[in-house]
Design a protein around this ligand. Sequence first.
Ligand code: CAA
Length: 263
Amino acid sequence: METIDAAELAEIGLRFEVDGEIATITLDRPDKRNAQTFATWRALARIGENLPGQVRIVVVEGEGPSFSAGIDLRMFTPEGVPGQGSFASNLSRDDESMEQAVATAQQGFLWLRRPDIVSIAAVQGHAIGAGFQLALACDLRVLADDAKFCMKEPALGLVPDLTGTKPLVDLVGLPRAIEMCLTARTVEAKEALELRLGELVVPRGELRQAVRDLAAALLSTDRGAATATKRLLQGAQGRSLEEQAAAERREQVQRMKALFARG
Ligand code: CAA
């Protein structure tokens, strides 16, 4: 996949900056509350494909008052988003091709779980629909005290399909996920913290620094060990205790070899 330059990203409403081991993706359309389009998701996928090898932390943040107001509502109009069509204009395609379009959008989200990086969403203001799902796509969430989450899709007649349903259920449990999604209610920062939708809540003005501090702490461990440990933790839920113990053994043998071959 080809790299994507700053001018092209700016047109889509994104910024991408790399500072040593930390990459920052900024949703940068604050006047439209960082509404997302198919172009946003394709660009996110390309950023993931071309992530510089030294990057260990990916911060996802939003410019302005809101993290993201979700999908660009022009998609619901007959005119759609210029150059990208609308929901209605895509109905002539067969089911497989429509599913493929969603799969392409999902690629913008899925890579944020790669074991060799840790992704952190810095969430202020509204994170609605696709905005909530983008925050859920990240490993960790740091919340400003004005953060507000809403899974709006069911209220609009759709399902959340940008990879958010699994992390939501994993974090808050099935009953709460059903309640939140099927009422499409807004969950504010204090409750979000109680529901484990965020790792910490900080005053709005301290969000950037709190993310920087967390990134620095995450960078303090060995990269190989961090990658192997994240991989182990990610697999834990799908394995029995015995299977997980075996996975620990396998990872540790590789760690020991890497460590002592070095020294
Ligand atoms: N798409 C396009 N434009 C949007 C937008 C969106 N999702 N959200 C806000 N904007 C635009 C507004 O139209 C407005 O534009 P103008 O200045 O040109 O009029 C500008 O951003 C500022 O918006 P507000 O004045 O409403 O800002 P606010 O700070 O008072 O409110 C908000 C912020 C609560 C997010 C409110 O804008 C809002 O409710 N937005 C819509 C949220 C929504 O329903 N999103 C869709 C969720 S579903 C989804 O994402 C996935 C899916 O598949 C369906």
